[in-house]
Ligand binder design. Structure first.
Ligand SMILES: [Zn+2]
Length: 87
């Protein structure tokens, strides 16, 4: 393997310090062993871990309740049944 297989991300506040970890997709943290420096890494904007799954889940939830309405019906039915049986 080539010796140049490092992340190579520059330290934002310390010129000359660069990440010497193996490439880690800019996640977790950067580390320069020679300088003894750690600094946080940020995921690239188009690969944010929360964005797409979160939106997809929200869309699925909205679509489902809007299309069937069975959950609301079930609650209404259950409430009526409970009230009637308690009387
Ligand atoms: Zn790095």
């Amino acid at each position: 393997m080539a010796a140049s297989e490092t992340c190579g991300a520059p330290h934002p506040e310390r010129p000359g310090v660069a990440c010497d970890r193996r490439p880690h997709d800019m996640t977790g943290f950067h580390h320069d062993g020679a300088a003894g420096a750690f600094w946080g890494a940020e995921p690239p904007p188009e690969a944010r871990p929360v964005g797409r799954p979160g939106l997809a889940a929200m869309a699925a939830r909205t679509t489902r309740s809007g299309r069937t309405g069975s959950a609301a019906d079930a609650v209404t039915r259950w409430t009526k049944t409970t009230e009637e049986s308690e009387r």
